[in-house]
Ligand binder design. Structure first.
Ligand code: NAD
Ligand code: TYD
Length: 350
C-alpha cells in the first residue's frame, strides 16, 4: 500500500495523472493537493471524486505550515509535483506569482519531503514535473536533449528552471530521491482556454477572432496529454533517482499551420463550409520575448524506459475537438467570470 501526493491534480495535466493513477493503482492511496486557482477545477475529476483510493486536500504549496502539517497527517511514499503557475502570458504581466508558487512552493515541498523522509529515503521518490521551456529557444534545426544547457527566457520558464535546480540541489545535498521530466507542449481534454489550442477551439465555436501572435511562425512540439500522463507513470515507477527525462512527441507545428488544421476540423464538425473558420484568424501583437521553436529529443526515455507516444497528432486533435464540443458546459463555466477580464486585458493590446 503506497500513499502518493499529487500536487496540482485539479489542473489540466494533473487531472489526467490523477485519473490514470486512481484507476490503474487501486492499491495506492492518491492524495490530490490543489489550491484551486483559476486554473484548478474539481469538475475535471468528477469521475474519480468518490473513488475509495482518492482524497482531495485543498491547500497552497506556498503555505509552509499547511504543507508540513500535511506531511505529518499522511505518510507519503512519493510525491508527483505538478502544481504551478503555467501560462507564459500571465508570467509576463505577473512574474512574482510564478516565483512564489513555482520556486518557493517547490522548495517548501522539497523541504517537507526531506524532513518527513529523514533517515528513511529508501523506496521514496520526489517526482518534479517540468517543461522543455527551461532549455530556451531553438533555431530552425536541432533538438533539446537532457544535456542541453538551461537558457530560460520568460518569467515562467525562469521560475521552472529555478525549481528544477532546487530539486537537483536537494538530491545532491541531502540525498533526496528525485526524478525530473521536461515535457513539450501538451494538448487534450480539460485544457484551460488561455492556451492556444483550447482558446482557438472556443473562439471558433463562438465565432470570435482567433488571435495568432506575430506571423504565426513559432514552432511547438505537441504531445497528447494522456501520453504525458503515461510517461509520468513510467518515470515515477522505473526512472532512476537523480535522472532527468525529456518527453515529447516529435510533432512540430508552426502555430499558423496548426490553427489552419484546427479550422479544417472545426468546419467539418460544425457543418460549416470549408474555409469558414479560417476567416476568423487575426495576426495580433507578438508575445514579448516569444521563443521561436521548441523540439524535444525523447530518445533517452524511449530507449531506457520504453515509453512511446500512443497517438498521431491529427487523431489526437480530432479527439480533442470532439471532447470540447461534447463538453461545451465545461468551456462555458471556465470562460465565465474572471476569464472575461483576463481575455479583455490580454487581447486589447493592439
Ligand atoms: P494548469 O495551470 O492547468 O494547472 C496547475 C494546477 O496547479 C491548478 O490546478 C492550480 O489550481 C494548481 N496550483 C497553482 N498554484 C498552486 C499553489 N500555490 N498551491 C497548490 N496548487 C496550485 O497547469 P498544467 O498545464 O496542468 O501544468 C502542470 C505542470 O506541468 C506544471 O508544473 C507545468 O509547468 C508542467 N508542464 C506543462 C506543460 C503544458 O503544456 N501545459 C508542458 C510541460 C510541463
Ligand atoms: P501556449 O499555448 O500559451 O503555450 P506556450 O507558450 O507555453 O508554448 O502558446 C503556444 C503557442 O501559441 C506560442 O507560440 C504562443 C502562441 N499563441 C498565439 O499565437 N496566440 C494566443 O492567443 C496564444 C495563447 C498563444
Amino acid at each position: 500500500m503506497k500513499t502518493i501526493l499529487i500536487t496540482g491534480g485539479a489542473g489540466f495535466i494533473g487531472s489526467h495523472v490523477v485519473r490514470l493513477f486512481v484507476s490503474k493503482y487501486p492499491e495506492y492511496q492518491l492524495v490530490n493537493l490543489d489550491a484551486l486557482t483559476y486554473a484548478g477545477n474539481l469538475e475535471n475529476l468528477n469521475d474519480v471524486a468518490d473513488a475509495p483510493n482518492y482524497r482531495f486536500e485543498k491547500g497552497d504549496i506556498t503555505d509552509e505550515v499547511f504543507v508540513n502539517d500535511l506531511f505529518k497527517r499522511y505518510t507519503f511514499d512519493g510525491v508527483i509535483h505538478l502544481a504551478a503557475e503555467s501560462h507564459v502570458d500571465r508570467s509576463i504581466t505577473d512574474p512574482f506569482s510564478f516565483i512564489r508558487t513555482n520556486v518557493f512552493g517547490t522548495a517548501i515541498l522539497l523541504h517537507a519531503a526531506k524532513e518527513a523522509w529523514k533517515g528513511a529515503m529508501e523506496g521514496k521518490r520526489f517526482y518534479h514535473v517540468s517543461t522543455d521551456e527551461v532549455y530556451g529557444s531553438l533555431g530552425a534545426t536541432g533538438f533539446f536533449t537532457e544535456e542541453t544547457a538551461y537558457d530560460p527566457r520568460s518569467p515562467y520558464s525562469a521560475s521552472k528552471a529555478s525549481s528544477d535546480h532546487f530539486v537537483r540541489a536537494y538530491h545532491h545535498t541531502y540525498g533526496l530521491p528525485v526524478v525530473i521530466s521536461n515535457c513539450s507542449n501538451n494538448y487534450g481534454a480539460n485544457h484551460f482556454p488561455e492556451k492556444l489550442i483550447p482558446l482557438a477551439i472556443h473562439n471558433i465555436r463562438t465565432n470570435k477572432p482567433i488571435p495568432v501572435y506575430g506571423k504565426g511562425e513559432n514552432v511547438r512540439d505537441w504531445l497528447w496529454v494522456n501520453d504525458h500522463a503515461r510517461a509520468i507513470d513510467v518515470i515515477f515507477h522505473t526512472g532512476v533517482n537523480g535522472e532527468t527525462y525529456n518527453i515529447g512527441g516529435h510533432n512540430e507545428w508552426t502555430n499558423i499551420a496548426l490553427i489552419h488544421k484546427l479550422c479544417e476540423i472545426m468546419d467539418r464538425k460544425l457543418n460549416r463550409e470549408p474555409g469558414t473558420s479560417a476567416q476568423l484568424i487575426r495576426f495580433v501583437t507578438d508575445r514579448a520575448g516569444h521563443d521561436l521553436r521548441y523540439a524535444i529529443d525523447s530518445t533517452k526515455l524511449q530507449n531506457e524506459l520504453g515509453w512511446v507516444p500512443s497517438l498521431q497528432f491529427e487523431e489526437g486533435l480530432e479527439k480533442t475537438v470532439d471532447w470540447y464540443l461534447a463538453n461545451q458546459e465545461w468551456l462555458d463555466n471556465v470562460t465565465s467570470g474572471a476569464y472575461q477580464e483576463y481575455y479583455r486585458k490580454q487581447y486589447s493590446r493592439d
